[in-house]
Design a protein around this ligand. Structure first.
Ligand code: GLY
Length: 422
């Protein structure tokens, strides 16, 4: 099989690494890819949102399966274009990806389909927001409708927070069209959990539940990032909670999307809040594997990864060969100092060779290769992943190994997975 992976992050390196292990796979291309995807496949200089360019490339190379990593190409309609051309592609159509691309769509959809989520109101302008929060008790949440790289969510604990949010959204116009509508949502308490279903629109399999760490500093302090580390399976995701998530979230979502005439296929990433009674409530949906969650949930698939993705793209999920590994995995992200605000690039990364052939996996993200050197080229630079028979072992192995890697001003959290040990 010839496979094209779209994207350039740590998630895509993980997917390419996993595909490369399958003897069904002959050639892997990644567009545009990064230094890591280049280890196992060929990087192609086509932007991940250039639907025409990607389609032309896929036709010219007899690509049997295309896998979309990030959200932007999904919203751009890359899947729709490939399907119209009769090419197999893994990921939801533009209509399906609205579950991630429009928070207002997702909330209205959840309300219509009785999927548990926080109460909300939709506002079309600043005046409506001000009016909508007049009688609201702190804390509550403001969210911009469209994609905002994790920066469009504001927890409002006091009037200074409200002023800051209004200024950022309306005065500085930081989100452009993504903030044409803004949600006011009740604040939910509990513990966050990410549950991933791989689905053909009707049938599905659930991967190991994971927990992300969004804030940049230990103890969930500092600004939100794309994610600073993850672990799986998260003990919070007990069989009981997964069952409730299937019944209350996954099944009604798939049915609701079928009923709309836009069946959803690909990864349904359910970002959940689990309350003290073990009940899930949806914080958000994403239409893809998480990053860095992919770095733990893909390696913990023991077998059947290629069959699973290929069968979804063909419209009929095949899960006979699908099996999860009975081990824990922890991923710690090493980022450029100053990320997610200001950071420098072009720092030489040392120590990558020390992890070769060892028990660690290294997935590269913001890294470029120049001759024999690896240089930083982004905010989230790389991640280290180790397995363990229990969570504690996987955490300690990951930290022992990440210490071997270095670059100037490197930063990583030291408490990834700690919540899972409590
Ligand atoms: N790690 C969060 C995300 O992928 O959206």
């Amino acid at each position: 099989m010839n496979i094209l992976v779209i994207g350039s992050g740590g998630r895509e390196h993980t997917i390419v690494w996993k595909l490369n292990k399958s003897n069904k796979v002959d050639q892997i291309y990644c567009a545009p890819g990064n230094a890591g995807t280049g280890f196992h496949g060929e990087n192609i200089e086509i932007s991940d949102t250039d639907a025409d360019g990607l389609l032309q490339f896929a036709k010219s190379k007899d690509i049997d399966l295309t896998i979309v990593g990030p959200e932007a190409p999904l919203m751009e309609g890359v899947v729709d274009q490939f399907e119209e051309a009769g090419l197999a592609i893994f990921g939801p159509t533009k209509a399906g990806a609205q579950l991630e691309g429009s928070k207002v769509f997702a909330k209205n959809f959840m309300a219509e389909n009785n999927i548990p989520t926080a109460d909300f109101a939709v506002c079309d302008n600043q005046e409506q927001v001000k009016k909508g929060v007049e009688d609201k008790k702190f804390p509550y949440v403001l969210k911009v409708d469209g994609l905002a790289a994790g920066k469009g969510v504001f927890i409002i604990k006091n009037s200074a927070d409200l002023e800051h949010a209004i200024k950022t959204i309306y005065k500085k116009n930081k989100f452009g069209e993504a903030a044409n509508q803004v949600l006011i949502e009740d604040f939910q308490t509990g513990e966050e959990l990410s549950v991933f279903a791989v689905t053909d629109g009707r049938d599905y399999v659930v991967l190991h539940p994971a927990q992300d760490h969004k804030q940049v500093y230990d103890g969930d302090k500092g600004p939100n990032t794309g994610g600073m580390g993850a672990y799986a399976p998260a003990p919070l995701g007990t069989p009981g909670i997964i069952k409730k998530t299937e019944e209350q979230v996954i099944k009604p979502t798939l049915k609701g999307m079928r009923d709309r005439g836009t069946p959803y296929k690909g990864v349904l990433y359910c970002g959940l809040m689990i309350d003290e009674n073990g009940n899930p409530s949806v914080l958000e949906f994403n239409a893809r594997f998480g990053d860095p969650e992919a770095q733990v949930i893909v390696p913990t698939i023991e077998s059947g990864f290629v069959d699973l993705l290929e069968s979804v793209a063909q419209g009929k999920l095949k899960k006979n060969n699908f099996k999860l590994i009975d081990k824990y995995a922890t991923c710690v992200v090493m980022a450029s100092g100053g990320y997610p605000v200001d950071y420098e690039k072009e720092k030489i990364i040392t120590g990558l060779d020390k992890l070769e052939n060892s028990e660690s996996l290294i997935f590269l993200a913001g890294v470029r290769k120049e001759n024999a050197k690896f240089l930083t080229n982004g905010g989230r630079v790389l991640s280290v992943v180790c397995f363990g028979d229990d969570l504690k072992e996987s955490i300690s192995k990951t930290y022992q190994n990440i210490e071997k890697i270095n670059f100037d001003k490197a930063h990583y959290r030291t408490d990834i997975g700690a919540k899972g040990l409590k």
